[in-house]
Design a protein. Structure first.
Length: 120
């Protein structure tokens, strides 16, 4: 099982990564705020292109997948802080992992613009 966690912000340019409007509707205020950035894809879905500004591969305890939902976006810094409680170093020290996580998910988190999602 792979576990990837990404930190995203909306993009005005076409990107590889995107979320559908329906995926983001768990936060209607977010969808409303960025409604002008949604475009139709080839399947007719309204999508929002996103830029990945933070990333982590694995290094989380099993509790992470018990607490968070696969492919669901999370929009608050409190969610990021909660995710950070499940850090589990593999090839680095806990301090190194915490520093990387902080740099990728907390230091650059912009409330109302940033969100993160994990997939496994």
């Amino acid at each position: 099982m792979g576990l990837d966690i990404s930190h995203y912000i909306p993009s005005t340019q076409k990107q590889l990564d995107y979320f559908t409007k329906s995926e983001l509707m768990i936060n209607p205020e977010y969808v409303e705020k960025y409604k002008d950035l949604f475009v139709l894809n080839d399947d007719g879905d309204e999508i929002l292109y996103v830029e990945e500004i933070g990333y982590q591969r694995k290094s989380m305890t099993y509790g992470f997948i018990k607490t968070f939902v696969n492919d669901r976006p999370y929009f608050t810094v409190d969610d990021v802080i909660e995710a950070g409680k499940f850090l589990s170093p593999k090839s680095e020290t806990m301090d190194e992992l915490k520093q990387k996580f902080t740099a990728n998910f907390l230091d650059n988190f912009i409330e109302g613009k940033s969100f993160f999602a994990a997939n496994w």
